[in-house]
Design a protein around this ligand. Structure first.
Ligand SMILES: *Cc1c(COP(=O)(O)O)cnc(C)c1O
Length: 228
């Protein structure tokens, strides 16, 4: 197995090539290193190789790592399903939440965000493939949720996130990402100042970048397979 620094460099190169190939400006696609289930030592290795933004899926695991790495100056994104009874921990520990899918959760995060911290950055997760089992707000309900969230003082809505249904074919992979980009454009057209499209994982990275991703979320390609 190659060291984390090498794999990270490979993923970065892949992102830069995709930016080139699809007319995206260099550096316009950020990389979120998804470190769920990975040990603190692996996160330190990635941080030493220049990676600053990390994604965690489980509240308690993430909060423990954030405490342990408090000296490292890292940026922490919560990307897992979020239940109401866990919002306080997220509001106190994380910088960014990608998975807001209902107003109740947004209200709690805003109310629980400590005053000494900047507003919590947020994306709304959209069920862009319309899968019954997947989390995310239905596209029809997105605009109301987005507008309601802009009134909350301690969170800052930055954009949209999706986990499209997997597909092996490139043009099929592009379609749900294109729909998410279209939704973002509609909200921008309605006056919301949004700048983030969190979409694309190891398997559909290039399709997401082709359709405007500003933040791709990559785990396995950086850290290797997950421990269970
Ligand atoms: C685990 C996870 C990823 C990363 O997946 P890999 O296949 O390991 O790259 C990205 N986004 C979300 C929401 C995840 O849960």
């Amino acid at each position: 197995m190659e060291p984390i620094a090498e794999r990270l460099a490979k993923v970065r190169a892949e992102i830069r090539e995709a930016e080139d190939r699809h007319g995206r400006s260099p550096g316009s696609v950020g990389l979120l290193a998804v470190s769920k289930t990975q040990p603190v030592a692996a996160i330190r290795a990635a941080a030493a190789a220049g990676q600053a933004a990390f994604g965690e899926n489980y509240v308690d695991e993430g909060a423990a790592k954030i405490r342990e790495l408090a000296d490292a100056g890292l940026n922490w994104h919560f990307i897992g399903p979020l239940q109401a009874n866990k919002t306080r921990t997220v509001a106190e520990a994380f910088d960014f939440v990608h998975t807001i899918d209902r107003l109740k959760i947004a209200r709690r995060l805003s109310a629980q965000r400590p005053e000494h911290l900047p507003p919590l950055e947020c994306c709304i997760q959209v069920n862009i493939s319309g899968e019954a089992s997947k989390s995310g707000v239905a596209p029809e309900a997105l605009a109301d949720l987005a507008h309601a969230m802009t009134a909350l003082p301690r969170i800052r809505l930055r954009g949209l996130m999706a986990i499209p249904a997997p597909d092996r074919e490139f043009s099929a992979q592009r379609r749900p990402h294109a729909r998410l980009r279209q939704r973002l454009a509609e909200l921008q057209g309605a006056g919301l100042a949004l700048d983030t499209l969190s979409m694309g994982m190891s398997a559909d990275l290039e399709a997401a970048i082709a359709e405007g991703a500003t933040l791709v979320r990559v785990g396995t390609a950086i850290f290797g397979s997950r421990q269970t």
